[in-house]
Write a protein that binds this ligand. Structure first.
Ligand code: ADP
Length: 541
């Protein structure tokens, strides 16, 4: 017997319709690349999205077509999120920090038909002009700026929407229709496209607002610092209107002083970003005792491991709490958050702050398992480690244009490539990437654990641990260190930090001092490049 309830497809257009109808008083604030503030509202954004959809239709965009964006977090970018997906086309957000050749590759792989460009990124467009894909027939400039010479016509946003209606008949699509496309940064090999659906996006947004995730309310003022080209700014452009919250879109200026001005001036209550953003903000605050928050915001951090010194510093000195989240492009991105549960509800703040170095537990809608090298579940003791696999309503089932990728198992799970422990509370802790773990004599050594310990040495500014060839053990750890200016610790002094902290056979065989370490487009240590650079390194003896 079936229930007798209504059924409506889960569509992205329904989120904006809700906010525009029921949350007219919420504020939308956008900052452009000149630092000028623009103000709007959900009804105005809905009208802009409708006019953009008409304009794109006029340019020839049809359902299923890919429309790319090269843009910072801005009001026009937000309107495009709803215009493009709402009309049944696919929003392809491109990371401008990727290498030119990678951008050219993903524009061609996605076969984008229109490219929408932030005025601040017009110089980049100029560099790409010779590498635009044959599928592309128009460029739209999201504001004013000098457009470079291009092989296709370029029009401004004002011209695109001029004379268009502020109402659009958003189609009642099948909820499985593709809505947006985001490529992983491709730190190994070519970037791979993850193709989200309306259904996965709406379900992810409904999960994201929950109390143990972003805990979003209509009274919140949400500022995504995480870029809208990085896994849909972690879903905040959907989650915020879903609850009717206000939003602040900071544009390209993400320095601590600019961000702090927005926190204070716009009354931001919650923000999200990678650890470096918050590390820099904390250092800037500490530089002047007059720098405070009049109302401490909540911060969400993810993308790479959260140094507990940051969460502790924010909490003790500024009353700011940080939620640690783990995710991936392939998971839309939310996979786990470290919020308290029954077992640790009564821990004091200091104990929980230390525990928040762990990545957390899944929310309803995502399930996980951790398997050892032979495919057996590992002991949930917080010590044994294995590869994390996930499944759920907003987890990819395949990559775009790339059938048969080994990341997807025959029984419906996705291999994350993250090596984790899972403790008796069900909390995971990433100890490494599967490809970065050091395989010494058949045993695994966590490069991340060794890097974090090295960073505890007062003279170490940056550290990376990579495997180097060893005739007997196959691989052994090599520690690369960037020293803090004005210091000159010896290798022996640095290695002393490991004594009694890790098993003897984990201690790196050698330390090499370097001037800098390469980073990827998303600001993570670029291990693949390091491994290539040090491939011929021979351990003494
Ligand atoms: P990329 O960095 O390749 O662009 P993602 O943004 O999808 O792609 O990165 C996903 C990976 O980032 C995860 O598999 C994990 O290794 C790492 N990651 C994400 N969140 C965290 C976290 N909180 N702690 C440690 N690592 C994280």
């Amino acid at each position: 017997m079936f229930g007798l309830m209504q059924e409506h497809p889960l569509l992205i257009s329904s989120i904006l319709r809700h906010a525009a109808r029921h949350h007219r008083g919420a504020r939308l604030v956008g900052v452009d690349h000149h630092g000028r503030i623009e103000r709007s509202s959900w009804p105005e954004l809905a009208a802009l999205a409708a006019r953009i959809a008409h304009g794109l239709h006029r340019l020839g965009v049809r359902q299923g077509d890919r429309v790319a964006t090269l843009a910072w977090n801005s009001l026009p970018h937000l309107a495009l999120y709803y215009a493009v997906s709402g009309m049944g086309a696919v929003l392809h957000t491109v990371n401008p920090r990727l290498f030119r050749d990678q951008i050219a590759f993903i524009l061609a792989d996605a076969a984008d038909v229109v490219l929408c460009v932030d005025p601040a990124l017009l110089p980049l467009l100029g560099e790409l002009s010779g590498q635009l894909p044959p599928s592309l027939h128009h460029v739209v400039v999201l504001g004013e700026g000098k457009t470079p010479a291009l092989p296709v016509p370029a029009i401004g946003l004002a011209e695109l929407v001029a004379g268009e209606s502020a109402e659009y008949p958003w189609p009642r699509l099948d909820e499985r229709t593709a809505s947006s496309l985001c490529y992983t940064s491709g730190t190994t090999g070519h970037p791979k496209g993850v193709l989200y659906s309306h259904r996965s996006t709406v379900l992810h947004a409904m999960a994201a607002v929950q109390p143990d995730v972003f805990a979003l309310r209509a009274v919140d003022v949400v500022m995504p610092v995480v870029p809208m080209f990085h896994v849909n700014a972690w879903g905040l452009p959907y989650a915020s209107p879903l609850v009717g919250a206000s939003m602040v879109l900071p544009g390209p200026r993400l320095d601590p002083a600019s961000l702090h001005a927005l926190f204070e001036g716009e009354g931001v209550t919650i923000s999200a970003g990678v650890p470096t953003v918050w590390t820099n903000l904390l250092a800037w605050l500490r530089a002047d005792p007059a720098r405070r928050f009049s109302r401490p915001p909540r911060l969400v951090v993810g993308g790479t491991a959260l140094p507990t010194a940051i969460s502790t510093g924010f909490w003790r000195e500024y009353g700011v709490s940080i939620l640690h989240a783990w995710g991936m492009t392939e998971i839309s991105p939310l996979g786990a958050t470290n919020a308290r549960k029954a077992e640790n509800a009564d821990w004091d703040e200091e104990r929980f702050l230390d525990y928040s170095r762990k990545q957390g537990r899944p929310q309803f809608g995502v399930d996980l398992r951790v398997l050892d090298g032979s495919g057996r579940p590992i002991a949930e003791d917080g010590i044994a480690f294995g590869e994390l696999e996930v499944q759920g309503h907003w987890v990819a089932s395949a990559y775009f244009n790339r059938p048969g990728d080994p990341a997807f198992t025959d029984d419906g799970w996705m291999r994350t490539g993250d090596v984790v422990t899972i403790d008796p509370l069900g909390c995971i802790e990433i100890v490494d990437r599967a490809k970065d773990v050091i395989k010494s004599g058949g045993e695994w050594i966590s490069s991340i654990t060794l890097e974090n310990l090295a960073l505890e040495h007062p003279d170490v500014a940056l550290a990376a641990v990579i495997p180097v060839h060893h005739p007997k053990w196959d691989e052994r750890p090599l520690l690369l260190v960037v020293r803090k200016p004005g210091t000159s610790p010896s290798a022996e002094e640095i290695l002393r930090i490991y004594e009694g902290r890790v098993a003897k056979w984990w201690i790196p065989d050698a330390v090499e001092f370097v001037d800098s370490l390469p980073l990827t487009a998303t600001g993570k240590l670029w291990k693949a490049e390091l491994k290539k650079a040090w491939a011929h390194y021979r351990l003494a003896g």
